[in-house]
Design a protein around this ligand. Structure first.
Ligand code: SF4
Length: 347
């Protein structure tokens, strides 16, 4: 049994213009201690997926169907108080904006100690000691002196470390990180990713990393799922996806990453924009932007298929490389002949 099993999740938002199907029959699993990346452009459904796990979808949104099993228990069957318990003790979240996650009128140390007292039966002194240990563990220098500092006295990188310490205070089995490094410069970003990597192995905590940046996923994750218009278009071990992307959308994302020593004069960009989720294109949702689209792509939606053996992938499979493209149903007459250099190397 996987730590997290999401099966056929559908999340809709009801707007004046129509029903937005933000997440559409999405399935994936995360193992204990695994670092799992979810990548896509803005509007692909990444954050809605994360908020669904925590049951934090607000009106006019709604989880319409599917299952979210955590340690075998469907979270959609739980009462609000049972969910609060899971949120505090088993699943924690780290958001992009650390500054707003911290209360400006309390010291950083007091806020983390309060989180510890909420989840554990400890004295004030024990909570303080544990807070200082956590601050040290996430790399805050001189942690006992910084305990009484207010959030505005911490740099952006230190604030994000403090938020991670707060999330770890309940010793969660799953840490959901939603764009945790987007607001940080590249040096601090590398440090935070290294920290998350260490913490995942030290605490045996699984990480679900949400990002628009495939480079961030390559730094941290074991496996990755690429989302497009609310659906998974590719899932693979991260190295395989990085060196051999199979879906034209992933290839386009890879080709748009700038790299050191890049020999290309111009970065490639994917033409067009994510479709309107009220009125998604027929067939393959990516077809209006895909350079390889053929008639079949407009008529039939391609299922997620094993990219090597051309068999329908089992959605409960935990490994393997799957993509949803008619290349892998065998129905593409001309095939995918990538003329895009995804890594900026001369070929
Ligand atoms: Fe492109 Fe067709 Fe494959 Fe969709 S199914 S990604 S449109 S080639």
């Amino acid at each position: 049994m996987s730590l997290l099993e999401v099966e056929d999740l559908v999340v809709q938002f009801y707007t004046e213009d129509g029903v937005v199907r933000a997440v559409d029959e999405l399935s994936y699993e995360i193992e204990r201690g695994e670092k799992y990346g979810i990548v896509g452009e803005s509007g692909a459904g990444k954050s809605v997926t994360s908020l669904s796990l925590m049951q934090l979808i607000e009106s006019p949104g709604e989880i319409v169907s599917g299952e979210i099993r955590f340690k075998g228990q469907n979270l959609l069957d739980l009462s609000e108080s049972e969910l609060r318990d899971i949120r505090g003790n088993d699943i924690a979240m780290v958001f992009q904006d650390a500054e707003t996650a911290l209360n400006p009128v309390y010291s950083v140390g007091e806020q983390i100690a309060e989180a510890i007292r909420t989840h554990k039966d400890v004295t004030d002194e024990e909570a303080k000691e544990e807070t200082i240990e956590l601050l040290e563990r996430v790399g805050i220098p001189d942690a006992s002196a910084r305990y009484s500092d207010y959030p505005h006295e911490f740099s952006g990188g230190m604030q994000q470390r403090a938020v991670i310490a707060m999330a770890l205070s309940c010793d969660p089995d799953l840490l959901i990180c939603d764009e945790p490094t987007t607001a940080l410069d590249v040096t601090i970003e590398a440090q935070i990713l290294e920290l998350l990597d260490e913490l995942a192995s030290d605490f045996d905590t699984a990480i679900q990393l949400i990002t628009h940046d495939l480079g961030v996923v390559a730094e941290l994750c074991d496996r990755v799922m690429v989302l497009y218009a609310g659906q998974a278009v590719e899932r693979a071990p991260v190295e395989e996806l990085y060196y051999e992307p199979k879906h034209p959308y992933t290839v386009g994302l890879m080709a748009s990453i700038p790299r050191i020593g890049d020999e290309r004069e111009e970065l490639t960009t994917i033409p067009g924009a994510m479709p309107d989720l009220i009125d998604v294109p027929t067939g393959c949702r990516f077809h209006p932007r895909c350079p390889y689209a053929e008639d079949v792509c407009m008529k039939r939606e391609p299922p997620l298929m094993d990219t090597d053996e051309e068999v329908v992938a089992d959605d409960t499979e935990n490994t393997g490389h799957v993509a949803s493209c008619h290349e892998y149903t065998g129905e593409l007459a001309n095939g995918l002949d990538y003329d895009i250099d995804v890594r900026g190397e001369s070929q």
